[in-house]
Design a protein around this ligand. Sequence first.
Ligand code: AMP
Ligand code: GLY
Length: 425
Amino acid sequence: MKVLVVGGGGREHALAWKLHGEGAEILAAPGNPGIGTLGTCLAASATDIAALATIARRERVAFTMVGPEGPLAAGLVDHFRREGLAAFGPTQGAAQVEASKRFSKALMVEAGVPTARATTHTDVPGAIRAAHALGAPVVIKASGLAAGKGVVVAMTLPDAEAAIRMMLEGNAFGDAGHEVLVEEFMAGEELSLFALCDGQRALPMIGVQDHKRLLQGDEGPNTGGMGAYAPVSLSTRALVADAEQRVFAPMLAAMAAHGVPFTGLLYAGLMLTADGIKVVEFNCRFGDPETQAILPLLDSSLGPLLEAVAVGDGLAGAAPLKWRPAASVCTVLAAGSYPEKGDTGTPIALPELPDGVLAFHAGTRLGADGRLETAGGRVLNLVATASTLREAQARSAEWAARVTFAGRQFRPDIGWRELARAGAS
Ligand code: AMP
Ligand code: GLY
């Protein structure tokens, strides 16, 4: 089976690694040096839909696996389907579940999916009144895609007002921020839950926990994700069954009823509140870095399932996914200037890794001399699997420390909440 992977980050390297391990031939556009060790990287941007379709047709791939949200929100799947090409991911209409927080919230309310109360505004006074009505803390969100940075959890009303003004008047996120959601604050632990979806059915994965803050102990600014681990003991079978019933099933039904059935990977960002699970957000694609942490634990073959969704055969009769009874920790190595900026051209020393430790590339490139160097904010993902989470964390952090480049930052404490729970119980 030949697969075209669209994208060039750690998530795409992990997907390519899993599919390659199942015997697939890997093409990637644009890929990265890590993916290049598994297959062929082609010089096309992840958003150049016409060029990607040309590659998929010329190479006669079985299907195209789309990593990032950008090309999905831009209509890659619609374009491919019109040309008779199979692609894994939602159509442009269905990708609105991530690309428009207003669309997503309206569907959740209609479908009765548990979520925080929110109102949508394009004017500053209306948004400020809504924030006062909810009271602090309150959450202000840019409606459109803002690369994970369009959310401000305001601890005070003046902070909420400043965030509203920054988005609506200050043009902080361009068009993505010209509409804001003012949302009730939810307290609890967060959990990412992914499900493969064929428009009607959802096949859930195991829960995984991301670490969005830059610094140890969940301090410092928000980032795209500094690490992830699985399994999460809070993510019990009962919780996943509850999410299937009260989140995935009604959401898929509502999307189908609106003529935008969701095919692809539906990512539910859940808050585990005192009142049960509530949806923080949906994403229309695999999470990054959660994917890097969970795919090494997946025992079942992924390729046939992705293909069944991509070609339209669907998931009827698909067996529940099987997972290895082990723990996994993904530690992100970021550039010194992250999350404000990325870094380019700094040499990276990447040692040989032992069994059970993987390095998924994110922002890397090969320099003029053929040596590995930085090319982005999040640079590498060091994933260790072991029989216990404590050991997986120690190995992931140990090998993260052995990868060196100037300015390197990483959190040695990925999974700390789970270890604290284990210690407390
Ligand atoms: P989002 O981009 O919607 O996932 O939001 C980014 C982060 O902001 C989430 O992962 C949460 O940590 C936080 N957040 C978003 N909405 C809420 C909410 N209603 N209550 C508390 N925290 C939130
Ligand atoms: N890890 C968060 C995301 O992929 O959006």
